[in-house]
Design a protein around this ligand. Sequence first.
Ligand SMILES: [Zn+2]
Length: 102
Amino acid sequence: MKYDRQKDVAICAACNWASSANHVTPDVISTFKHKYPVWLTGYKDWKHIKAAAKKHNESSLHKLCLDAKLNYAGKSQVAALVNSKAQENLRRNRVALEAIFI
Ligand SMILES: [Zn+2]
């Protein structure tokens, strides 16, 4: 959950991220907007937020969005790791070539 200070509402960061960036299928987004629009636009009922958030967190749609976000973050870390390894290989190859031609 994320607090939007300007609107004074709570939103689900994972669901907002997944639906706004199209990281889940359009039918999931459509179902989500129909079933849980409040977690995208903002939840204001502070008296009942604990129970509402628990129910939302246990929903299959939220779990889909959370999985999409975690998978995306995992892929980014793998891409960064591969990129750093490639950079290291490039540096070593340059040093080897300099040793031969200089
Ligand atoms: Zn959610």
